[in-house]
Design a protein around this ligand. Structure first.
Ligand code: MV4
Length: 498
């Protein structure tokens, strides 16, 4: 059994992994960069090791430094979290070579899923529905045009070297294809060091539905239900829930999509935790998109409806043990929703809003969970992803969960920086959201609907000045400056919104 785990990550996910280590009696080791000396994960871990400067390339992405740290403290396993090195097959290999267990799938499975075209080929062969399109990189724009003519416009050009929407182009007609192809190539080369592009038919108003899978080294592959993740901005998820509301409309969908996900994992020889992403249309048809070979940010909604600890299962599997549950023992109950609390300014194009958190009140209570890397007095660094916490709620029904989310959002205050909390306070009042009408166009439509003439610079300054006065008047809570109730995040200081 694993006795000491080094967490090759930071902030809320490092804290999340440390908590399970503690519950399992496993020693935890934090690593940190210059920018994270005061981070919560460093305070909570049993040991910590400095690994380099703030720049991720020299710290959290530095394979050599991380393996050195593991050697220095005698860690027998590494949990990569999400982002950073979590989907880096060379890192998984380097861990095994150094005699440290990588808590994740094999390097071979990571490589297969890392190549989006290879993955599409393997999935098609396994009988998993894939979006119509190519399974080999396109040789040139002429081949792209010939394929597009065959499958029909609109089409999507996508990078073979990596997912998440980078290098992606929606092309409506033949005349736009040539330049879109060159742009996509350039972006793909930039982002992934690989200019290869493939083509897919564009699915209109798709929903992003993904399935959590877990597999052990004894051939057991199970699914833990689906999640709905269609609320995204710039290909960044902002709110996720389980189960997917679409499944209520299409009762066969759950059985079909989870079966496809298990088939996908089996075909890939997959072990540990993974997520199979699909696009689904309003009719309940679904198509394989890609597989993420890591624990995802949104795993807590699955934990809330299944009662399982996914990090615990990951550690068991990495230790060579069996999954603690068989498929028939997995019970899904109720509904869970996660809101990603980003240090971003919703009022200003969701631009990052780093800085010191001057006051913090996190909600709690039955059915309320906060996975947080934040504390009062902590300065959110500019160098990394601005996700500072996740608010997760559970209740027996979706309506109940939304009710709990409303109350929790009312309690949740972050002072000193801008966050997405004000944005969520509006989402939970939105008619479409409450009715489960969420597809990938939701945020765009929502922003358009409530768009108002931009307030003048003078007005902004007046509001900021009022806010500044409030923050420096020495009162933690108190009457906020008067503001239009429908304007979230006006000053961005969440404490001022109430
Ligand atoms: C698509 C698509 C429509 N058709 N593929 C893939 C990565 C993800 N971040 C965006 N992706 C999409 N791929 C085809 N063939 C539409 C999207 C898409 C999207 C998907 C899910 C959730 C939000 C989205 C926002 C824009 C585009």
């Amino acid at each position: 059994m694993i006795q000491k785990i080094l967490i090759a990550n930071r902030a809320e996910i490092a804290v999340r992994v440390i908590r399970t280590c503690r519950a399992m009696g496993i020693a935890s080791v934090a690593v940190y960069s210059d920018a994270d000396r005061a981070s919560l994960h460093v305070r909570l871990a049993d040991e910590c090791v400095w690994i380099g400067p703030a720049a991720a390339a020299e710290s959290y992405l530095n394979i050599e430094r991380i393996l050195e740290a593991a050697g220095a403290v005698g860690a027998d396993a590494i949990h990569p979290g999400y982002g950073f090195l979590s989907e880096n097959a060379a890192f998984a290999e380097a861990c095994e070579k150094a005699g440290v267990k990588f808590i994740g799938p094999s390097a071979a499975a990571m490589r297969l899923m890392g190549s989006k075209t290879r993955a599409r080929r393997a999935m098609r062969e396994a009988g998993v529905p894939v979006v119509p399109g190519t399974t080999e990189p396109l040789a040139n724009a002429a081949e792209a045009a010939a394929t597009a003519a065959k499958i029909g416009y609109p089409v999507m050009l996508k990078a073979a070297g990596g997912g998440g929407g980078k290098g992606m182009r929606l092309v409506a007609s033949a005349d736009a294809l040539g330049s879109a192809f060159e742009q996509a190539r350039g972006e793909a080369r930039q982002a992934f060091g690989n200019p290869d592009i493939y083509i897919e038919k564009a699915i209109r108003n798709p929903r992003h539905i993904e399935v959590q899978v877990m597999a052990d080294e004894h051939g057991n592959v199970i699914h833990l239900g689906e999640r709905e993740c269609s609320l995204q901005r710039r290909h960044q998820k902002v709110l996720e829930e389980a189960p997917a509301p679409l499944v209520a409309e299409h009762p066969r969908l759950r059985a079909e999509i989870t079966r496809a996900a298990v088939d996908a994992a089996k075909a890939a020889g997959y072990t540990n935790a993974g997520t199979v992403e699909f696009l689904a249309d309003a009719k309940g048809h679904f198509y394989f998109l890609e597989m993420n070979t890591r624990l995802q940010v949104e795993h807590p909604v699955t934990e809330m409806i299944t009662g399982l600890d996914l990090v615990r299962e990951q550690i068991r599997v990495a230790s060579g043990e069996r999954l603690s549950v068989a498929q028939e023992d997995v019970r899904m109950r109720g509904h869970a929703i996660e809101c990603r609390v980003y240090a971003e300014d919703p009022e200003n194009e969701f631009l990052p809003s780093p800085g010191r958190i001057t006051s913090l009140a996190e909600p709690s209570g039955p059915g309320v969970r906060v996975d947080s890397g934040a504390y009062e007095g902590w300065a959110v660094p500019i160098e990394y992803d601005p996700l500072i916490a996740k608010l997760i709620v559970w209740d027996e029904t979706r309506a109940g969960a939304i009710g709990r989310l409303r109350s929790a959002l009312r309690e949740y205050t972050v002072g000193g920086i801008h966050t997405t909390l004000g944005f969520f306070r509006e989402v939970v009042e939105d008619e479409d959201f409450c009715a489960g009408r969420i597809d990938t166009g939701f945020i765009g439509r929502w922003r358009q609907r409530r768009a108002k003439p931009d307030r003048s610079r003078e007005q902004r300054i007046a509001v900021l000045a009022a806010g500044f006065h409030y923050l420096t008047s020495g009162r933690e809570e108190g009457p906020a400056p008067r503001r239009d109730k429908s304007e979230w995040g006006i000053s961005g200081r969440d404490a001022l919104l109430r």
